[in-house]
Structures are given as structure tokens and as C-alpha cells.
Design a protein around this ligand. Structure first.
Ligand code: KG4
Ligand code: ZN
Length: 351
């Protein structure tokens, strides 16, 4: 109690830890907004040859990197344990054997340093990235989180109060980008490479399907779109030759641009649908796929054209993909609300 009372009077510095998938990250953030340090050790090179994240490899790499990454985050912030008020960790959702590394490190530091432990939902933390620049959240607000593992629409009443409106019934948006990149023989992770190649392509070259799942649905489905790209490259029912090797650069660019346009159309249409339904004044956008420039532009256009126009808050590009700033930032709100976790905290695959 004394510890919490003292915190109310001074600046609160939180060490955030993130290991839910294939990035080992640590950050020190003061008062939820001032980024003192942000260290991200990406495992992209380790998973590239498999075209996706291999959980056992991810877990082992987290074990190797967690200590150096945390040490570097403290050094870069120029703080010692005395200046850290709480330890925060993303404990769900994600790969359990990856999450457990961050959770164990956070619990150990919390115990050794006698600092409160704060557990954060990784998806809710992605949303918090969109609030890093400006926290004046005009309500009601709709939030779209698009990552490698999730595609979720929320009604957001505050950083801590989120109501799920819809989510994907099969592939996540980022997963679709990664799988289509594999079909097009582009390196992992697919999203940035599809965006790069697609810049020289015609987004109207191929009319790929947009699954809207009925006029009222706020759920998403991307597996049909992925299959349509596969059929386009290998022939209907996969009986044809894989044509990708013999395609021109322009043909591949056209497929990438047309696929990306189909994903973005669906994401923007569903977000508008949700925003219209709840009369949203603000739209929040976060998660790895939110780094996509064409998606950011399309979402901005939708908000500008809404009547009355809506405000779009997008995560800074550096904090779209997995990082620990978003963890420490959301943890600040939990800290202020006195929402601490016990040392028996466990990781959980589901959010
Ligand atoms: O949020 P994130 O780092 O990890 C999860 O929580 O899953 O998101 C990673 C996903 C990957 O699927 C990656 O391909 C996608 O975000 N991504 C992008 C872009 N940058 C990353 N997708 C589209 N365009 C991008 N520029
Ligand atoms: Zn993520």
C-alpha cells in the first residue's frame, strides 16, 4: 500500500517485457508515454527458412536474448533497479513456450527487486501503441488490431475497457500476408515484402474476393482470399504447374498489390461498419499490419469521408510490430488503477 501511495506522487517508470511470439523486447517507459528505451531483438532470420514462426526455435532464442535485452533496455534508459517502479509483462495471448520466458523473467525481477508485477494482454497493448502520441480519446471509439496472430475489432471506452465486436474466423490478416508471400516466394515476414513489391503493381489487376460474411457481420475471413491467390498461381484445384517461377516481376507485383487491396478493402469496410454502428468519433489502428502505408492511407480516407469526419489514431510505425513500449505503456494505466499480478502469474495462449 505504501509503495502504491508513493507511486501516486511521483513519475512512474515501468520496465516492460515482451516475448509473445518472435520478438524479444524490453523497454523503460515513464508515465505511460515517455519512452526512455526500447530494445527489440527480432528472430526473423531464424524463422525465415521455415516461412513462419517455429515455436521451439522462438522459445530457445527468447531464453538466449532475454537477459541481454533487459540489461540493454535499462542501460539505454540510464536507470538502475531503484528507479524502476514496476515490472510489466505480456502474459497472453501468444505462444505459451515463448510467453513463459518473459513471464519468468518478469516474476524473477519482481521478486528480486521487490517491485510490483503487472500482467498485460498483448493485443490490448497493441491498441495502446495507437494512444502513444495523444491520449485524448474522444468516445465512442472503435479499435482495429491487425497482427500476425489476430484480427480484432473492439469498442474501446478506455485503454483498460475493451469490448470485442468481431474477430477472424480463420486466418489473421498478417498471417494471410505471410502465407501469400510464401506462395509468391517472397521472404518472411511477408507483410513488409508484399507491401514493397506491391508498390509497383496494379491493385486492380486481379479481382480477388472480399469476404464480408453478410451485411451485419463484424467478423473477418481471409482463408478464401489466400486460396484464390494460390489458385491464381497454380491453377484451379492445384492441378496446374506452379507458375510463380516463370512470372514476370510485373505479374508478381500485380498479384501482391491486388491481394493487398482486397485485404485492406475488407479491413476498412468492417471498421467503418463497426464505427457506424456505435457512432464512433475515433478510430484506433494498431498491430503489425498497421505498419502498412496503404492501409494507413485507406483508413485515413475512410475517417475523413465519414460524416462527421472521424479522428484516426494510428500506432507510430516503430511500435506497430511487437515491442515492449506498448506493454510498459498499458501497464502504467493498470498501475494507476492498482491492478497488480501475483507472483503465481502464468502465461496463457488465449487472450
Ligand atoms: O504485431 P506483430 O508484430 O506480431 C503479432 O502479434 O502477431 O505482427 C506481425 C505481422 C506479420 O504477419 C507481418 O507480416 C505483418 O505483421 N506486417 C505487415 C507489415 N509489417 C508487418 N503486414 C502488412 N504490411 C506491412 N508493412
Ligand atoms: Zn503482436
Amino acid at each position: 500500500m505504501d509503495k502504491i501511495r508513493t507511486m501516486e506522487q511521483k513519475r512512474i517508470s515501468i520496465l516492460g517485457i515482451e516475448t509473445s511470439c518472435d520478438e524479444t523486447a524490453a523497454a523503460v517507459v515513464a508515465d505511460g508515454r515517455q519512452v526512455r528505451s526500447s530494445i527489440v531483438a527480432s528472430q526473423n532470420k531464424l524463422h525465415e527458412k521455415y516461412g513462419g514462426v517455429v515455436p521451439e526455435i522462438a522459445s530457445r532464442a527468447h531464453i538466449e536474448k532475454i537477459y541481454p535485452v533487459i540489461t540493454e533496455a535499462l542501460e539505454q534508459a540510464g536507470v538502475g533497479q531503484d528507479e524502476i517502479d514496476a515490472i510489466a509483462v505480456a502474459n497472453q495471448p501468444g505462444l505459451t513456450i515463448a510467453l513463459v520466458v518473459g513471464v519468468t523473467a518478469a516474476k524473477t525481477l519482481s521478486f528480486m527487486w521487490d517491485k510490483p508485477l503487472i500482467a498485460v494482454n498483448h493485443l490490448h497493448a497493441h491498441l495502446q501503441s495507437a494512444l502513444l502520441g495523444d491520449e485524448t480519446l474522444e468516445l465512442p471509439a472503435v479499435a482495429l488490431i491487425v497482427s500476425g496472430g489476430h484480427t480484432c475489432l473492439y469498442e474501446a471506452d478506455s485503454p483498460l475497457e475493451l469490448k470485442l465486436l468481431g474477430s477472424t474466423i480463420d486466418d489473421a490478416a498478417g498471417e494471410a500476408f505471410d502465407k501469400v508471400a510464401t506462395i509468391l516466394k517472397l521472404p518472411y515476414p511477408g507483410g513488409p515484402n508484399i507491401e514493397r513489391i506491391g508498390k509497383t503493381g496494379n491493385p486492380k489487376a486481379i479481382d480477388f474476393p472480399r469476404a464480408l460474411l453478410g451485411p451485419d457481420s463484424l467478423d473477418f475471413s481471409f482463408s478464401g482470399l489466400k486460396t484464390a491467390v494460390l489458385y491464381h498461381c497454380r491453377g484451379q484445384d492445384m492441378h496446374g504447374q506452379d507458375r510463380v517461377d516463370s512470372m514476370s516481376e510485373q505479374e508478381i507485383a500485380d498479384i501482391a498489390a491486388s491481394f493487398q487491396a482486397a485485404v485492406i478493402d475488407v479491413l476498412v469496410t468492417k471498421t467503418k461498419r463497426a464505427a457506424d454502428r456505435i457512432g464512433a468519433k475515433t478510430v484506433l489502428l494498431g498491430g503489425g499490419v498497421a505498419a502498412n502505408g496503404t492501409l494507413r492511407e485507406a483508413m485515413q480516407k475512410m475517417c475523413d469521408r465519414s460524416k462527421p469526419p472521424r479522428r484516426l489514431l494510428v500506432a507510430p510505425k516503430a511500435y506497430c510490430t511487437d515491442n515492449a513500449v506498448m506493454v510498459a505503456s498499458l501497464a502504467y494505466h493498470k498501475c494507476k488503477a492498482g491492478l497488480f499480478a501475483p507472483l503465481t502469474l502464468e502465461p496463457s495462449a488465449n487472450g
